[in-house]
Design a protein around this ligand. Structure first.
Ligand code: ZN
Length: 253
């Protein structure tokens, strides 16, 4: 009797909750689960380096692009979940996406941890949103990921602190622009803010997604112009190269 009663209450409770706040998977819309096991597979792959996919990350001065780690292709359910998280009220996805950023961070430490060590903590810098996006959202998605990355770096023996030192001052939203137009749109619009204390000379740049690399490149240029070396990047997802999944382990779904 007890068990049946408990089950009844669980079902009633879930349905009541569903009436108040319908629960659906942020990736596929499946009912009654915020993030289903199938969609979670999209964030379960081993972290890998994705800078080779982002043509606009090239530094133009012969130095190799900043190494960037990711755990997912920006496609399918992962793409929908990131969009739902940033712009459609699914703040509950912070946990899953933050865990993904932590996993990419562990791969960074395993491969390049010594480059993070030095005098003072390494700065973990979120890529800044446009002023319009900042106002619309009222919160900072990349800043949430940067907090997770800074915490994970520190846990793994690389003292770090989140430092939202970059600011985007103008320029249209990047969505819908070509790669070339994105670069034009961004040049001169990313700046290092005035900061209350002296900044250590090393930074890890963090964003949710690496697409063409134009945003990342503008951030790298702004930090380096202020004497801050960008030693690595961490993102959750990266846009697959056109026509291939080159560099990514295993198929997407
Ligand atoms: Zn799903």
């Amino acid at each position: 009797m007890h068990g049946a009663g408990g089950a009844w209450w669980r079902v009633a409770g879930r349905e009541l909750l569903g009436l108040v706040l319908p629960i659906a998977c942020a990736g596929c819309g499946a009912d009654d689960v915020p993030w289903c096991d199938g969609c979670a597979q999209g964030l379960a792959r081993p972290a890998w380096r994705v800078e080779g996919r982002a043509a606009r990350l090239d530094r133009m001065d012969g130095r190799p692009p900043v190494a960037v780690w990711a755990v997912a292709d920006f496609a399918g359910p992962v793409r929908r979940a990131v969009s739902a998280w940033k712009d459609h009220g699914r703040a509950d996805m912070t946990a899953a996406l933050g865990a993904s950023a932590r996993r990419a961070t562990r791969a960074l430490v395993d491969e390049a941890g010594e480059s993070l060590l030095g005098p003072g903590p390494v700065l973990v810098v979120p890529a800044p949103s446009t002023p319009a996006a900042r106002r619309r959202r009222g919160w900072d998605p990349a800043g949430e990921l940067a907090a997770a990355v800074a915490d994970e770096l520190t846990r793994r023996g690389c003292p770090a602190r989140r430092a939202p030192v970059l600011r985007r001052t103008a320029g249209a939203d990047q969505a819908g622009l070509s790669a070339r137009a994105r670069s034009r749109n961004l040049s001169g619009h990313v700046h290092v803010r005035r900061w209350p204390s002296a900044l250590p000379g090393r930074a890890v740049l963090v964003d949710d997604v690496l697409t063409t690399g134009a945003t990342f490149a503008a951030c790298v240029r702004a930090l380096e112009a202020s004497g801050i070396a960008v030693v690595a990047g961490v993102v959750v997802a990266s846009t697959p190269s056109p026509g291939s999944g080159a560099g990514s382990p295993g198929p997407t779904f």
